[in-house]
Design a protein around this ligand. Sequence first.
Ligand SMILES: Cc1ncc(COP(=O)(O)O)c(C=O)c1O
Length: 364
Amino acid sequence: MSSSASCRPIKARLMSRFWSPIVRTLTPYVPGEQPKADGLVKLNTNENPYPPSVRVLEAINAATARLRLYPDPRATALREAIAARYGVAPDEVFVGNGSDEILAHTFQALLKHDAPLLFPDITYSFYPVYCGLYGVAYEEVPLDGAMRVDIADYRRPCSAILIANPNAPTGIGLSRETIETLLAEHPDQLVVVDEAYVDFGGDSAIPLVARHDNLLVIQTLSKSRALAGLRVGFAIGQPPLIEALERVKDSFNSYPLDCLAIAGAVAAINDDAWFQDTRSRIMAGRDALAQDLAALGFEVLPSQANFLFARHPGHHGAGLAAGLRQRNILVRHFKKPRIQDFLRITVGTQEQCNRLVDVLRGMV
Ligand SMILES: Cc1ncc(COP(=O)(O)O)c(C=O)c1O
């Protein structure tokens, strides 16, 4: 490539006349950094700091004997394991390649209607990206002054509501009773509850599925089962909702979960001792880290997730994130109005959290 071409803005260089019109309009999601270098304290993408259950590794190893064959397109063994674990029927369970894929199918299958979809102004930043991809009209509902979702603000015309509970990046959760009120106030709108972080002290809405046909709950094995690299998520809802997701899935990719992912996920769902032990350690680590940050003068939002959202009255978020980066600690910073002074800090091991606090002590 000539040097003049390489100096042109990247957009002009990469744009092609072969692109579909929709591709020109997309603003893709930007995932948190996955650095190649070793030795970084990585607290930026809410991964579990502990390795997954050894039973997962054994199951994946055993499943390599079946790599020659296509996997079960319906991932029956996994749907049955999830159904048994959560007290629902297998036809109330949908599984996908990470909860991101399930969210994507949900937008296409269930959230594209004439009236707008509602979600909070501060929430998982993939939601507006899916709206752009699938042409879903949406309105952002501002969090209240305490950065909480107030369900009274959702009493307005809409086709559906999408809430991350606990919310990300705030970590603040809603009670099951509040979700049930939201469901009752919107009997003709679908309410999707994204419970990516619910296992760290939140209140799952799964027990409400039996009596609310307008509820879809989405969870992931990425965080509380330490399997972000395996890409497994699941949704629970009444069979007509699951059928809508299956229809989109089977029009897109019949085998979103490979046989290693299915085997590993079944083992993870069934290893309750590992799950309880690990999440307890993370919750205890979170509460200790929140206290340490508060002692350094940070305002820390009350978190029910495996991360904290915190700001310091004397420092800009961007400066703190950059300073930590220079000292080999990665946290997540969002250049977005209302939250640009916050840092989202994943709860790491005790050693990682201690390192963070020591470094911050020298900075604030
Ligand atoms: C709120 C929320 N939902 C869904 C996801 C997607 O998780 P995964 O695709 O790894 O299951 C994330 C990932 O960070 C998230 O923060």
